[in-house]
Design a protein around this ligand. Structure first.
Ligand SMILES: *Cc1c(COP(=O)(O)O)cnc(C)c1O
Length: 426
């Protein structure tokens, strides 16, 4: 490891030497030793259109030589305004106000602060959030508090605030118990809200797919019921679409696919097509209006140095145009995945096969500890590169989340690679 770098999510002593990447080109990454591998996971789920896409690269270069950065309070600029118009047009009707920040974690912090202060501003004290077991919302303190307590958060547990956790009704192809699991969760949420409706500032969920928690998938019917309960008790529904946004679930956003209107939505990873860090939190007019006051105590005192960075916004606009062009790809990829999963359904080492839009996942039957630290993950990480693939299982959960430039044939190669890897390591 480089002697001046501290790598993230890396157990230092056990870590293998990081693989140096020289170049990116569409689906492909070119390594220092000349080998080429397919990026089957869009590099931590950010890269939507393939690496080094010339249209986004050009938009960035053009913007950089025009206006690279400007203070965003009392000043504004075209790239931010255009981006806000375009993205809100694709979101459900009431989500009209866009607040900019830097990454998924800060988008979540902003959402939680907005929801909390919204109630204060209208004269109520609501201090708790309802969150989901298995959730991952980021690594800052608010986001950690809202996420599953795990090895990631263990050391900090005394500093985290309490939220109310309910189970995530994860389901998969051929799951006979889906509706039963869902009713139980809905009942639990109803119970909490009935008992003390004024306690809860909001319900926060990763809609349709929980990412880092293990690519757990829930149904759109469940989200519709959750939305209904939320309406009945007048709380705020927050969708963390940091991962599910921008085509990942087969529609532009999970809320669109599920036909649910949240009060707040967080977007990050795919926003710039994987080129630059940028995120947004979009809220309804109802929330924004509660901050529309001359009273400083009702003001939202939050912002970051690089808020709405023009180059980031220009990249996001170029990525948006590519999304429009490639809509048929991200909306059809679920069918492609299904064809392959059908062939794997009787594989003795695989269970809980599942798919949502461009994301397919499966559990490998493996010995050892459940969850993120299952040793199978390291075996696969070590050997996938020899198969020409970049994979990064979450414990014993193997998943594919390819960029939208992936062809049917390339997807078939990914599945072939997976099958031969599992034969070797599982
Ligand atoms: C990755 C992720 C985050 C955190 O985003 P960062 O950009 O890594 O801070 C938050 N929520 C979800 C659902 C994510 O997948």
């Amino acid at each position: 490891m480089h002697r001046n770098i501290w790598y993230p999510f890396t157990i230092i002593e056990d870590a293998p030497e990081p693989i140096k990447v020289q170049k990116g080109d569409g689906l492909w990454l070119e390594l220092e030793d000349g080998r080429r591998i397919m990026d089957c996971i869009s590099s931590w789920w950010v890269n939507l259109h393939g690496h080094a896409h010339p249209q986004i690269a050009k938009a960035i270069a053009d913007q950089a030589s025009k206006l690279e950065q400007v203070i965003f309070a009392n000043f504004s600029h075209d790239p931010a305004e255009k981006l806000a118009e375009k993205v809100t047009q694709k979101l459900p009707g009431t989500l009209n106000r866009m607040f900019f920040s830097d990454d998924g974690s800060t988008a979540v912090e902003v959402a939680m602060k907005m929801a909390y202060q919204y109630w204060r501003n209208i004269g109520q004290e609501r201090k708790t959030f309802i969150c989901f077991e298995g959730a991952y919302h980021g690594d800052t303190f608010g986001a950690m508090s809202a996420g599953e307590r795990s090895v990631f958060t263990e050391v900090f547990k005394d500093l985290l605030f309490d939220v109310e956790f309910v189970p995530y009704p994860a389901t998969w192809i051929g799951d006979p118990d889906r509706t039963e699991k869902e009713s139980k969760v809905i009942e639990k949420v109803e119970e909490l809200l009935k008992e003390n409706p004024e306690k809860y500032a909001g319900i926060m969920i990763e809609p349709l797919v929980q990412g880092a928690g293990g690519m757990n998938m829930c149904s759109k019917e469940f989200l519709q019921e959750l939305h209904w309960v939320n309406r009945q008790f007048n709380t705020l529904l927050i969708f963390d679409e940091v991962m599910t946004g921008f085509g990942r679930t087969g529609d532009w956003f999970a809320c669109k696919r599920a036909q649910v209107e949240p009060d707040i939505i967080c977007l990050a990873k795919g926003l710039t097509g994987g080129f630059l860090p940028l995120s947004v939190t979009v809220c309804s007019d109802r929330i924004y209006e509660a901050f529309n006051s001359s009273d400083p105590i009702k003001t939202f005192w939050h912002g970051h140095s690089y808020t709405a960075n023009p180059i980031g916004c220009a990249a996001a606009l170029a990525s948006y145009d590519l999304m429009v062009e490639n809509e048929s790809i991200f909306s059809n990829m679920e069918e492609w995945h299904l064809g392959h999963l059908e062939k794997l359904k009787n594989h003795p080492k695989l269970k809980k096969l599942r798919v949502c839009g461009t994301i397919a996942a499966m559990d490998i039957s493996a010995e050892g500890e459940e969850g993120y630290l299952n040793p199978i993950a390291n075996h696969i990480k070590e050997q996938c590169v020899d198969k020409g693939l970049l994979l990064r299982p979450l414990g014993n959960v193997l998943y594919l989340m390819p960029p939208y430039c992936t062809t049917k044939k390339q997807l078939a190669q990914m599945y072939e690679g997976i099958v031969s890897l599992i034969d070797e390591v599982a």
